[in-house]
Design a protein around this ligand. Structure first.
Ligand SMILES: [Zn+2]
Length: 102
């Protein structure tokens, strides 16, 4: 992956995720939006070659679904939140985080 936006630093302040990128820009994304836009196959769905969308069962979200117990960097370009309701399969790229903050 060479077209990604490298993540330099990140922190959670209250209910906001603040990410600084290697190009010195910053993104702020609310945890609520972050969870709603979780890019994993179960939340976002996957499209097969024929264009059919497959999605996991709708998840019942509760207040702990919007809280993060930890964040793990994935290479230079990704960040994986550990949601307190046990959901950990979504990996956000720097490019996606940038988009969500706009
Ligand atoms: Zn997900």
């Amino acid at each position: 992956m060479t077209d990604g936006l490298a993540i330099e630093n990140y922190e959670i302040v209250n209910d906001l995720l603040i990410v600084s990128f290697a190009d010195k820009s910053e993104s702020m994304v609310s945890l609520k939006l972050l969870r709603e836009r979780c890019p994993c196959a179960s939340c976002e769905g996957e499209t097969d070659a024929l264009g059919n969308l497959y999605k996991g069962p709708e998840q019942a979200l509760n207040p702990s679904s919007f809280q993060i117990s930890g964040l793990q960097p994935v290479g230079y370009y990704g960040l994986r939140p550990f949601w307190k309701d046990g959901h950990t399969t979504g990996i956000f790229t720097g490019t996606l985080l940038k988009k969500l903050s706009e």
